[in-house]
Ligand binder design. Structure first.
Ligand SMILES: Cc1cc2nc3c(=O)[nH]c(=O)nc-3n(C[C@H](O)[C@H](O)[C@H](O)COP(=O)(O)OP(=O)(O)OC[C@H]3O[C@@H](n4cnc5c(N)ncnc54)[C@H](O)[C@@H]3O)c2cc1C
Length: 452
């Protein structure tokens, strides 16, 4: 995370406040950037000298129906609030990101995916209604029957301010998952594991050692997980106290110390060591043996390492995620690692997931795979890193791949035109002209990639 901007932050508590913020913006001649909980990695939720409309204080659950599993909430409600409201009644959010801190507004604006993307798709596919305020102050409610529903969701905060959401939660018999770790020797094994497990598993994700090369390239650790039947569940698994993870590591060491522990390793040599050690551990510890894990523990592990981002200080880091059709994913990802190794800028963390396409406007999804790469950022090597990302973009585009605005810092206008296509961009511009004719809604990302 390396972006920043000076702006005027407004925190509305009601829909009427949201309308007033747009009025203030019009009267003061300022643009508006919409912001949720700031969990996007790049510059999608900020804009220099703009009014930032932060939705976090609109965070009331308006209605929860434990019979149907439909939850109606203000858009500043977080994924954490969702599961804390519903899990005791046997319901879990249908799609969650790797952190539980995003708001519903932010999650819908980016149309987030989870480790179940290959069968559950993106979060927008589970939304039954969404309410939004246009910059003019008009309010509208959209359902999946409206074309505009598929444009608002995924539009990265550039069309209207989402204020309320109705979402269909997923029934679960237990708060536990059965998790199978599989140590993986190389790229061939990675893709073979995904293809064989995708048929029945509820969740699939893989960590990959981006420093490994030659015959070990692509080595890593796949985790497959299945919802537990009630009979296999540990007692009280649906309770919050079962889900909440301890805030200490071994010997009572607070987890908040973890980023301090990691900081000395926050360089190439250190991270090569950590990746190699993690892979070696995967060969023995629990390999091939299923074990129970809580839904929260499996889904949001990083949330339990407070301030993990500090390990990347002072320069921060960027995340680069590309989505590549299944026929080309192995070749493109292997080549991305090779390029990173060639310029000695390997990602410190690499995570692969399986996806399926969806019909949303700025869709990032493909029938294929994504690879998310965390790159350390330093002022000294900034230009090298951007050059590397642009070379990786070229590979993705040539393979018919896509990108994800929530995880982007480096896309150029030509990259976006190519992956979204002229037709999609024309559709966006037509809706923007109708809903936001003065071009009030903006963001650093939208300005950078030429969408506004
Ligand atoms: C550790 C970590 C793990 C992650 N894992 C995943 C993952 O597995 N899958 C995944 O898909 N993403 C993942 N993400 C990304 C994250 O889920 C998304 O970036 C999400 O959009 C963040 O939501 P937010 O509430 O923080 O919104 P912000 O980041 O603040 O904003 C996101 C977008 O929403 C827009 N927006 C904000 N409020 C409104 C509104 N009221 N109306 C309309 N638009 C609005 C903003 O303009 C911006 O474009 C991860 C992020 C982190 C930090």
């Amino acid at each position: 995370m390396v972006s920043g901007a000076d702006a005027f932050v407004f925190e509305p508590r009601t829909e009427a406040d949201v309308i007033r913020v747009f009025q203030v913006a019009r009267e003061s001649g300022r643009k508006v950037a919409l912001r949720g909980n700031g969990r996007s990695y790049g510059d999608a939720n900020i804009a220099e000298e703009a009014i930032v409309l932060d939705i976090c204080r609109m965070n009331r659950i308006l209605e929860w129906n434990p019979e149907t599993g439909v939850l109606h909430a203000e858009a500043g409600v977080t994924i954490e609030q969702l599961w804390r409201t519903s899990l005791g009644d046997g319901w879990w959010p249908p799609v969650v990101s790797g952190t539980m801190f995003p708001t519903l507004a932010g999650a819908l604006a980016m149309n987030i995916h989870g480790k179940n993307a290959f069968h559950a798709g993106t979060i927008g596919e589970h939304v039954t209604a969404v309410r939004a305020v246009l910059p003019s102050g008009s309010v509208l409610t959209l359902t999946p029957a409206d074309d505009a529903f598929y444009e608002l969701i995924s539009s990265a905060g550039l069309l209207a301010a989402i204020t309320e959401v109705k979402i269909q939660m997923r029934a679960v018999a237990s708060g536990d998952l059965r998790v199978l770790p599989l140590s993986i020797a190389n790229w061939d094994e990675q893709f073979a594991a995904f293809e064989s497990l995708a048929d029945g598993a509820d969740y699939l994700v893989s960590w990959i050692d981006a420093f490994a090369s030659g015959r070990s390239a692509g080595r890593g650790l796949v985790h497959a997980a299945w919802y537990q039947e009630e009979s296999g569940a540990r007692p009280h698994s649906l309770r919050e106290d079962h889900q909440d993870l301890p805030d200490t590591l071994m010997f009572g060491l607070p987890k908040s110390m973890m980023s301090n522990f990691l900081r000395p390793f926050n360089r190439r040599g250190g991270m090569r060591l950590i990746n190699a050690a993690k892979f070696r551990a995967s060969r023995t510890l629990g390999n091939g043996r299923p074990h129970p894990d809580s839904l929260v523990g499996f889904s949001f592990l990083l949330d339990y390492v407070p301030n993990w981002r500090n390990a990347y200080q002072p320069g921060g880091f960027i995340q680069y995620q590309s989505f590549v059709p299944k026929e080309h994913a192995r070749r493109v990802f292997a080549e991305q690692f090779r390029l990173a190794q060639e310029v000695k800028q390997e990602p410190f963390l690499a995570v692969m997931k399986r996806h399926r396409p969806d019909r949303f406007l700025f869709s990032h999804a493909v029938d294929g795979y994504s690879l998310a790469l965390d790159f350390k950022h330093t002022a000294k090597r900034h230009d090298d890193l951007w050059r590397l990302c642009h070379r990786m973009n070229d590979l993705v585009l040539a393979a018919g791949g896509r990108f994800y605005f929530a995880k982007d810092s480096t896309l150029r206008p030509s990259d976006v035109t190519q992956y979204l296509g002229e037709e999609t961009i024309a559709r966006f511009r037509a809706r923007k002209a109708e809903w936001d004719p003065e071009g009030m809604l903006t963001s650093g990302l939208a300005q950078r990639v030429g969408l506004v």
